[in-house]
Design a protein around this ligand. Structure first.
Ligand SMILES: Cc1cc2nc3c(=O)[nH]c(=O)nc-3n(C[C@H](O)[C@H](O)[C@H](O)COP(=O)(O)OP(=O)(O)OC[C@H]3O[C@@H](n4cnc5c(N)ncnc54)[C@H](O)[C@@H]3O)c2cc1C
Length: 482
């Protein structure tokens, strides 16, 4: 069994250099996930100077850890949006997703992108008679938008459902192959990509930005924050407008595979798709603040999916917004944010790239207002806002109080050295790996992820390997014990 996403089990991918000089560009894209890659592609034929910087490798973040569906059927999103924003805005969101999906399909064909893109009908279903009405409502809204919807009594692989429907013109793909390929097609002398290059500070001066790495400075007219979690945007209250949701995913070889993908409407979530001879399942999603025991989450996943023998297991986080709409647009003159995709980043990142291109080119865009990250409060946000503040505070306080209670005397074990809290993990060979047990970001106590053998921050999602190397932000620092 491998503790990596099936998508990262690739034999070959291109390497790009790290930044070793100061540079001036027109547009700097920070983050080489699917948002950064799609945005870089939008400027492929542009004469302006562009740089994309990625703190690790292209596609190493959330985008290569997803279930990689490209669909506009996103649980009961249209019911939620209709209830809060009304029919017109819900329809505008639907339209934005359809356009983005169409764009991806055409791009893959036009650029001959090798990413295993396949048509795959998307199913929404329930196994609980209490939820039949919810299914009917979502279906009716989609029909009112003009969508072709087919009702079902069974899933292609199961008879155990109470109601459901499917839509067509949706896809599945291999996200890392996609990102690697569009970067390869877009890179040029004036459009450069730097890996292992982390931005640690952004300063505004006159109408430009100075973006600092540990060793160099990038001067840019426009900066696009495609870095998934905009933890440092505190003046814009971003950390309070969103929260992280965590899930485990498993992949298992199966005899029969099918060309469909499905998701249920109830909790626990059960999302599936197939890839080659594997079934991929997502289950047991939870607010990060409440998801500190990875082992328990996986036990729950095994119970829900009836799968105990898998070839791959990994976790993923996504940024959820309080009103179910992504955050895409200017947060300051020249500073653009794109995130908050509520676990539907493949269509929304393409949408973001299209909006960003129009914003920078001073062109009108019909979706600009809907996704404006500076948009005001609405009833949904007002309900969720206190809950979010509570869960952030809860994760911080419980990380101090319950400090790894469950594993305190086991492996790893925790102790103090020179007044500082350290954790010692003994691997299968008996080698000890020692780390400081505090996240350098905001000093939350770290929790050991027994499944992936990483140190995870329950507050803001930073992750560290067993020797303390930071493998996922927001932390800018390692926790290694020296
Ligand atoms: C369980 C699960 C299943 C999902 N399944 C689907 C699905 O089937 N379909 C779908 O559409 N969406 C899905 N998603 C959502 C999707 O994975 C995300 O929305 C999407 O990948 C976010 O892309 P991104 O580019 O914003 O972030 P990322 O892919 O995380 O990219 C951000 C990049 O920025 C880099 N970075 C961060 N800080 C810095 C810095 N300071 N300097 C330089 N670089 C930096 C990071 O290293 C990272 O590579 C799923 C999410 C979860 C949790």
């Amino acid at each position: 069994m491998k503790n990596i996403p099936i998508w990262q089990d690739l034999k070959k991918s291109n390497d790009y250099p790290s930044l070793k000089e100061n540079i001036d560009v027109d547009i700097l894209i920070i983050g080489g996930g699917i948002t950064g890659c799609n945005t870089f592609y939008q400027f492929k034929d542009d004469s302006r100077k562009i740089a994309l910087v990625e703190r690790n490798k292209i596609g190493s973040g959330s985008s290569s850890r997803s279930s990689a569906k490209i669909t506009f059927l996103q649980e009961n999103i249209y019911t939620k949006l209709t209830n809060v924003f009304g029919n017109d805005k819900a329809k505008l969101y639907y339209r934005s997703q359809k356009e983005a999906i169409n764009f991806i399909y055409n791009l893959v064909k036009y650029e001959n992108i090798n990413c295993d893109l396949k048509k795959s009908n998307s199913y929404l279903y329930t196994i609980d008679t209490k939820n039949i009405k919810k299914i009917e409502r979502e279906k009716d809204i989609l029909i009112s938008f003009g969508e072709n919807v087919t009702s079902i009594n069974n899933l292609p692989n199961s008879k155990n459902i109470k109601a459901g429907f499917y839509v067509s013109d949706t896809y599945v793909f291999h996200p890392l192959k996609y990102m690697n390929s569009i970067i390869e097609k877009s890179v040029s002398k004036n459009h450069r990509v730097f890996e292992n290059t982390k931005i640690i500070k952004i300063e505004k001066y006159d109408n430009n930005f100075k973006c600092y790495t540990n060793t160099n400075v990038i001067n840019a007219k426009y900066v696009i924050l495609a870095l998934h979690y905009p933890y440092f945007l505190f003046p814009y209250l971003m950390p309070l407008k969103c929260y992280l949701e965590k899930s485990f995913l498993v992949c298992s070889k199966v005899k029969n595979t099918y060309d469909f993908n499905a998701i249920n409407i109830e909790k626990p979530l059960n999302s599936i798709r197939y890839y080659k001879d594997h079934i991929l399942m997502v289950s047991s999603s939870s607010n990060l603040a409440l998801a500190s025991n990875s082992k328990e989450m996986v036990e729950m996943l095994e119970k829900n999916t009836n799968i105990v023998n898998y070839d791959y297991i990994w976790s993923n986080y996504d940024l959820m917004t309080l009103d179910n709409l992504p955050l895409i647009g200017f947060i300051d003159d020249g500073l653009i944010l794109a995130t908050g995709y509520n676990t539907w980043g493949n269509s929304n990142s393409m949408l973001a790239s299209l909006i960003i291109k129009d914003l920078i080119d001073h062109k009108a865009n019909i979706y600009k207002e809907l996704f404006d990250p500076k948009r005001g409060f609405n009833s949904q946000k007002l309900i969720n806002y206190p809950l979010n503040i509570f869960s952030s505070a809860y994760s911080f306080i419980s990380s101090k109080v319950n400090k790894n209670k469950t594993f305190y005397h086991g492996n790893p074990y925790f102790t103090k050295k020179d007044g500082r809290s350290i954790a010692i993990y003994k691997d299968e060979n008996g080698t000890e790996h020692i780390v400081y047990n505090k996240c350098p970001h905001l000093k939350c106590s770290l929790v050991f992820n027994e499944i992936e053998k990483t140190w995870d921050c329950p507050c803001h999602g930073s992750r560290f390997d067993i020797d303390g190397k930071c493998i996922m932000g927001p932390s800018n620092y390692d926790i290694g014990y020296k």
